[in-house]
Design a protein around this ligand. Structure first.
Ligand SMILES: Cc1ncc(COP(=O)(O)O)c(C=O)c1O
Length: 376
């Protein structure tokens, strides 16, 4: 039986060559390859500063610290997200206030933001869910009016655009993930980006224990004993991970283009399948399809459908999580649309090397599974 996975990262010999160079250099921790990767990401996005870190969660944590979020503060967070977004707020001792979503785009419902703002609110974290950018103009207007900072959770959205602006470059700060399920991967990895020099310096310092990095000291012709200026973290990306990132980034636009073609093909296929709705795309965005997330009709048990598809060799998943129901947050917020989407969303296979033939086969199994489920 042919198996179709949910995702598969796309590597070739370039990653091995880049990693080999780093291994040969003898400098494998954070060093020149990380600087190169940061420079290439900044150039790609057209932004001044990029700071590589261990993952997007640490990027979000440092982004929040850099704007001064602390105990007692509140941060508005899109509810339908991987809970890393809310966790980063908790790391700062602040409280995530969850905002419900628009069921069509799966993104934060902009009309619900203002009613959640209090005098304790410091920032908004919109999430560009599954690679589809949020309508950022309105969010930036609200932020300006209430004097709030905006941190874009662009974990899934490297290369996505809102109008002609890259996701992650519109707010005060943007955070990206290079986890295996993202557009490009370094295994685990993340990046914080900003045009603000002070925020960038603060994040860099905090990512390296609150001291000058070893590579900066190595490059200097003076002997420097560093000082620890604040309680920083060890959130450094290694040169080995950055080497993979440098090779991956060269292929980003090609990967996005192919995934967009595959998404159109899935859209067509789903038109023929009752009970499954293809994802909606807003007119003024470029969706990069980190994941292809359909909606399963309420009449169908989505979890049983996932199980049945697994038996048929097609790996699928839930979309993502409704944060407000996670016990860790002890939240009394209500986000009914996010909750409904958490129960109805279905991630279908989507990756660069997926073929139209694979989609035909997965769609045929999906059709069969839906028929079988009605008899269970
Ligand atoms: C929206 C969102 N934010 C943050 C994260 C955290 O990313 P990382 O795994 O790189 O910490 C994820 C990962 O799945 C995500 O989907």
């Amino acid at each position: 039986m042919k198996e179709i996975p949910l995702l598969r990262p796309y590597f070739n010999s370039e990653e091995l060559e880049e990693v080999q160079k780093v291994l040969n250099s003898g400098w494998v921790s954070q060093g020149p390859k990380v600087q190169e990767f940061e420079g290439k990401i900044a150039e790609y996005l057209g932004i001044k500063y990029a700071i590589a870190v261990t993952n997007c969660t640490s990027a979000l944590h440092l982004a929040l610290l850099s704007i001064g979020v602390k105990t007692g503060d509140e941060v508005l967070v899109a509810d339908f997200t991987f809970p890393a977004t809310g966790h980063a707020v908790l790391y700062c001792g602040a409280k995530p206030i969850f905002v419900d979503i628009d069921s069509k785009t799966y993104n934060m419902d902009i009309d619900l933001i203002e009613e959640k703002i209090t005098e304790r609110t410091k920032a908004i974290i919109p999430v560009h869910t599954f690679g589809q950018p949020v309508q950022m103009d309105k969010i930036m207007e609200i932020a300006e009016e209430y004097n709030l900072k905006v941190i874009e959770d662009a974990a899934c959205a490297l290369g996505a655009k809102y109008k002609d602006m890259y996701a992650g470059t519109i707010g005060n700060l943007g955070c990206f993930s290079f986890h295996a399920r993202k557009g490009i991967t370094t295994g685990e990895g993340g990046m914080a980006v900003t045009d603000n020099k002070n925020l960038a310096e603060k994040i860099r310092n905090l990512s390296v224990f609150g001291m000058t990095s070893a590579w900066n000291r190595e490059k200097s012709d003076k002997f420097i004993i560093p000082e620890f200026t604040e309680v920083g973290y060890n959130y450094k990306m290694s040169d080995i991970a950055a080497a993979i990132g440098v090779a991956q980034l060269k292929r980003l636009d090609k990967i996005i283009k192919r995934k967009q073609e595959l998404a159109r093909y899935w859209d067509e296929k789903l038109q023929e399948i009752e009970f499954i709705e293809s994802p909606y795309v807003s007119k003024n965005v470029t969706h990069v399809y980190q994941s292809y997330i359909a909606l399963v009709d309420k009449q169908i048990n989505r979890n049983k459908l996932i199980e049945l598809l697994m038996k048929k060799g097609v790996q699928t998943q839930i979309g993502t999580y409704a944060s407000h129901i996670q016990p860790v947050y002890n939240s009394n917020q209500e986000c009914p649309k996010s909750y409904q989407t958490f129960n109805m969303s279905l991630a279908l296979p989507m990756y660069y090397t997926l073929t139209e033939g694979d989609i035909d086969m997965a769609a045929a199994h999906l059709k069969e599974a839906l028929v079988e489920l009605r008899w269970i």
